[in-house]
Each structure stands twice: as structure tokens, then as C-alpha cells.
Design a protein around this ligand. Structure first.
Ligand code: ATP
Ligand code: MG
Length: 427
């Protein structure tokens, strides 16, 4: 702004100076053309003015009022001869032309400003009325002390005005910036407060999430214990009683019609015993606590192969052997249900398992090349419990389940669980 102020002040003052000198030059040129030019046309054809013309010229100059304003007045002919001057000692004499006179011969009025005296020098060409070429140059000097002091006063006024405008603008800017600064400070404080509130909420959320995950892990383990107890109860209680009933039944004798009925009862009890044993197998997981993760998962895969008489293609990466119990249980149940589905709904075609671990997450993918699923969402909403409980189980302990399937394109179901551990040497 300071630079702009200086530039503006300089420009305006120089324009004023230029305008003043231009006005002066125009007024001199006007007087020259009106009062002097008609009387010196003779100079086009002769070196000197005739006495009559000289007298006419003198008369015209005296009555024009030109001399009232000027201190020095000269009419130059080409070659450095002063035809007329109000200073008698230079009139009708030869002199060396000044730069102003030489330039004025080109036809344009020249103005020079002498700051020291102060003085305005105007050099106005006088034209030949017939040819239009310059036949003389009128040089006039005018003291401009009053004008100069007016100019100085104007300059000061301009500088003052420019400075005031600049200060005003700076003041406005200062107020705007100060106001904006206050708003920004207020907003920053509000933002800091909001961030601290959010951090607090986030902290509470983390605590709650931790509690939920801990509860889910505990539930997984408790469920497992419950399922195991139910399995053992069924196996050791109900299944034993049904076996005993079958043994007793074998010993019962009767009429052929009664034997036929007994045979049917025997068949029904045998089927029930088979079902109970199957249920027990599904309910009972191996005691995973004593197994490594890989052993537990391999156990599930081999059990499925044995039970269904199918084979499963496996790709198993290096895994940490010290995984928490709830992780082992969740992944064993995941493999059990996904393989059951692959056998039940895809006839066990192309069963494949990929298990990978990237140091932070363990990924288990079970795939088949069966008929696939048209609409996964619809299947999830169906009466089957397997997929839904499997997803709940994995998600409740911070994992994720994704399914990819399309009609006749097989099914791929993947579980990802966070698992950060070092690989032990035994793995
Ligand atoms: N591998 C698969 N191939 C083709 N369809 C499948 C596959 N897995 C699941 N489905 C379809 O998704 C449905 C839901 O599966 P989900 O496991 O939830 O139930 P289910 O196996 O029918 O019964 P449950 O698991 O409760 O014994 C199945 O009925 C089946 O139509
Ligand atoms: Mg199922």
C-alpha cells in the first residue's frame, strides 16, 4: 500500500505539472498565432522585416498584453538571428540557438520548466501562412513563482490526500483482520472443545467396544462349554438309554404280529440313536485349548473329510500357534458350517480351503464349485440358521464375513479375524 501510495502521488503530481505547462504553452501559441504571425510573414521571402512591419509587430506586441506576463520575449529567424526582443541589447543580433529553439523548428511547441527560478520557457513556431512551414520561433520566458507555490501546495495536498486515503484503507483492513482474527479464535476454541468432546466420546466408545468384544468372546466360550455339555449329556444319557432300550428290545419275544411291531420300534429307535450320535458329533468340538490353531483347523477339515467321504484341497499358510481360545472356537465353527454347506448344498464338489495370515489378520476362505447362490440376502433371511449364526459369531469378536457366489459359479465364503501375534518356532 505504501508503494502504491508513493506511485499514485508521483503520478498525479507529474500529471498536474504537465497539464499546467501544456495550458501555458497553448496560451502562448494562441497569442503568437493571433498577434505575431500576421506581422512576420515577410520573413518567408526576406531576411529582415521592413520598417513598417517591424513597427506593426511592435505595436501588436505592446497591445496584446503579452509583455505583461513575460520577462523575456524573442522572435528567432532561422540561422540564430533575433528579429525582435523586448530586451533591446539582444534585438537584431545573432546568437547561438538554444535547444528549445532548435527543437521548435520541427513545428511543435516546446515547453521547459526551470525549477530553480522558477521559470516557464515556451518555444512556439510561427508558420508561413502559404506553405505551413515554420518561418520563425517565438521564445518567451515567464516567471511563475505564484504558479509554482500553487503547484507545491497542490502537490502537498495530493500527498496528504493519498496518505489519508491509504491510512484509511489500512485502518479498514486492520479492523477487518482484527475482527476476522477474533472470529477465527472463537471458532478455534469451539473446535477444540468439540474435538475434546468427540475424543471423550470416542474413548467411551472404545471402552464399550472392548467390553462388548470381551463379552462376545466369553459368550463364545460359554456357548461352546454348553454345547459340549449338551453333547455329552445326549451321548452319555439319552443315547445310552436308547441303546439300552434297543438291547432289551432284542430280547423281547412275541407273536409274529408283535415281532413285526417290535421290528418297527427297533428300526425307529436305531434311527433315533443314529440321529442323536450325529447331533453329538456336531455339538462336540475337540478340546481346542490344548491344540495349536493349525491343529484345531486341520482337525475340523479331516473330520469333515472322514464323515462325508470327500476330499478338501487345502492351502494353509504359516499360522501363529498361540491363538486365543475364542478365536480357535470361532474359526473351527466357521469351517464346520461352511464345509457342511458345501457338502449339503453343493454336493462337496471342488471343496477348497485357503488359510492365510498377514501378521495382523487371519483369513479363512471355504469354496466349492457347486450350483452357487442366486440371491445371498434372500438365503440369509431363509429358515437356515448356519450362515446367520456364523456371521454373528465372527462379527461379534471383531471379524468380518464376506460371501461371493453366483448361479452355477460356486460359492466362496471368507472370514477375516484380527489376530496380532508372533510366529513361534514350532509353527
Ligand atoms: N455352499 C453353498 N452352495 C449353494 N447354496 C448354499 C451354500 N451355502 C449356503 N447355501 C444356501 O444358503 C442357504 C442358507 O444356508 P444356511 O447354512 O444358513 O442354512 P442351511 O444350511 O439350509 O441350514 P442349517 O445350516 O441351519 O442347517 C441354504 O439353504 C442354501 O440354499
Ligand atoms: Mg448350513
Amino acid at each position: 500500500m505504501a508503494v502504491g501510495m508513493v506511485a499514485m502521488g508521483t503520478l498525479v503530481t507529474s500529471r498536474i505539472e504537465k497539464s499546467v505547462t501544456t495550458v501555458k504553452a497553448a496560451s502562448v501559441a494562441f497569442s503568437v498565432n493571433n498577434f505575431i504571425a500576421p506581422h512576420i510573414q515577410e520573413l518567408a521571402s526576406s531576411e529582415q522585416l521592413s520598417l513598417k512591419k517591424f513597427e506593426d509587430l511592435k505595436h501588436a506586441i505592446d497591445h496584446s498584453g503579452l509583455l505583461a506576463q513575460v520577462t523575456s520575449f524573442r522572435i528567432w529567424r532561422r540561422g540564430g538571428f533575433i528579429v525582435y526582443s523586448n530586451e533591446p541589447h539582444v534585438s537584431q543580433q545573432d546568437f547561438l540557438e538554444s535547444s528549445g529553439v532548435s527543437q521548435a523548428w520541427s513545428g511543435a511547441v516546446q515547453v521547459q520548466f526551470d525549477d530553480d527560478i522558477p521559470l516557464i520557457k515556451v518555444f512556439a513556431p510561427v508558420r508561413d501562412s502559404a506553405t505551413g512551414s515554420a518561418l520563425a520561433v517565438v521564445e518567451s520566458h515567464e516567471h511563475v513563482s505564484a504558479l509554482d507555490s500553487e503547484l507545491v501546495a497542490s502537490k502537498w495536498q495530493i500527498w496528504l490526500a493519498t496518505a489519508l486515503i491509504t491510512l484509511n484503507m489500512m485502518g479498514c483492513l486492520f479492523v477487518i483482520v482484527a475482527h476476522s482474527g477474533r472470529i477465527i479464535d472463537r471458532q478455534r476454541l469451539a473446535l477444540v472443545e468439540r474435538v475434546s468432546q468427540l475424543s471423550e466420546i470416542l474413548q467411551q466408545n472404545r471402552l464399550l467396544q472392548g467390553r462388548i468384544e470381551r463379552a462376545a468372546r466369553k459368550t463364545t466360550e460359554d456357548n461352546e462349554r454348553l454345547l459340549r455339555r449338551m453333547g455329552y449329556d445326549l451321548h452319555d444319557g439319552v443315547a445310552q438309554l436308547v441303546s439300552l432300550a434297543l438291547l432289551r428290545l432284542d430280547k423281547v419275544k412275541g407273536s409274529p404280529q408283535e415281532r413285526d411291531n417290535l421290528h418297527k420300534i427297533h428300526k425307529a429307535l436305531s434311527d433315533a440313536l443314529g440321529d442323536i450320535r450325529n447331533i453329538c458329533k456336531g455339538l462336540l468340538l475337540p478340546e481346542v485349548r490344548s491344540m495349536t490353531l493349525k491343529e484345531a483347523l486341520m482337525f475340523m477339515i479331516r473330520t469333515h473329510e472322514r464323515r462325508t467321504g470327500t476330499t478338501i484341497e487345502c492351502t494353509i499358510a504359516e499360522l501363529p500357534d498361540q491363538a486365543p481360545e475364542f478365536v480357535k472356537i470361532a474359526l473351527c465353527r466357521f469351517i464346520q458350517e461352511a464345509l457342511n454347506n458345501a457338502f449339503k448344498h453343493a454336493g462337496g464338489q471342488g471343496q477348497r480351503i485357503d488359510i492365510a495370515w498377514n501378521g495382523a489378520q487371519i483369513m479363512v476362505e471355504v469354496a466349492d464349485r457347486g450350483p452357487g447362490i442366486d440371491d445371498i440376502d434372500r438365503c440369509m433371511r431363509g429358515p437356515g440358521l448356519g450362515l446367520a449364526s456364523l456371521r454373528d459369531r465372527i462379527e461379534s469378536i471383531g471379524g468380518d464375513v464376506t460371501m461371493n457366489s453366483a448361479s452355477n459359479a460356486g460359492t466362496r465364503i471368507t472370514a477375516s479375524l484380527p489376530l496380532v501375534m508372533e510366529i513361534s518356532d514350532a509353527a
